[in-house]
Design a protein around this ligand. Sequence first.
Ligand SMILES: Cc1cc2nc3c(=O)[nH]c(=O)nc-3n(C[C@H](O)[C@H](O)[C@H](O)COP(=O)(O)OP(=O)(O)OC[C@H]3O[C@@H](n4cnc5c(N)ncnc54)[C@H](O)[C@@H]3O)c2cc1C
Length: 249
Amino acid sequence: MMMTTTACLISPETHHLPVLDHGFVELVDVLGSDLTVVNSARVSFGKRKTELDEQDEKLIRYLAKHQHWSPFRHVQLQFHCKVPEFVARQWYKHVVGIAYSEGGAMCVDHAWNEISLRYVDASEFHFYTPEGFRSQSPSNKQASTDAIVENDFSLQAAYKQHAADTFTLYQQLVNNGVAKEQARGVLPLSIYTEFYWTVSLQALANFIKLRTHEGAQYEIRCYADALEKLTQTVVPVSYKYLINTEAGA
Ligand SMILES: Cc1cc2nc3c(=O)[nH]c(=O)nc-3n(C[C@H](O)[C@H](O)[C@H](O)COP(=O)(O)OP(=O)(O)OC[C@H]3O[C@@H](n4cnc5c(N)ncnc54)[C@H](O)[C@@H]3O)c2cc1C
């Protein structure tokens, strides 16, 4: 059976997924396909394929099983993401990407560009309101349970009022001439931020593996699920074996 490759059209209509109450993940661009992984590996033998076939799927499976990761790094995906600030802080811990030197010291960074509250007035920004407040896990200091706390309704109202009050104070500071870079200090962690994130398929699979795990916070799991769905549309074979080394084994 011949398999076609992923010369797929990417557009906001087909590759934009809403997440939480005001967030989203959009796949903006892709460099490469399943065939890119295959051809990156086959260059060792001076070979190049134009269509993906069953032998190529076996090769991808072999590469994942034996941790030959470099062919997977030739595929790069660019996402536009809108996420609550506290989710962005967790996301930003995933740092593998481009190595560059700055001031003589080697740094490791990924391709990440974010909206700046030094430039942009945050008065009209959204903030995230959970559908319900989960209770603190009794056994895991970091985690929550699925149980919704008592008085959820009145706590939700207080939460929303607090966020609204911080925006009012922010506006008061800005209207009185305070620089936006300082006024932002009063905004809540629930405020949404936006960034472009470009990541190799290997690093993306690592992110999804860690952040779809039940130990990860619910909100970032929602984003990891969206990333997974979008990735599967462009590199289905490579992603299948990369995400699940047991499938490759
Ligand atoms: C459930 C959960 C809870 C967490 N809690 C906290 C917390 O409380 N506090 C906190 O600060 N962080 C926390 N983290 C973040 C965590 O510590 C990692 O920083 C984050 O998950 C990024 O993972 P990573 O290093 O695999 O990703 P990346 O930085 O993208 O790295 C990808 C892979 O590259 C390799 N790699 C990266 N850097 C190097 C290096 N310098 N040398 C050699 N190999 C390298 C590793 O194999 C790594 O897995 C948490 C993460 C999860 C999933």
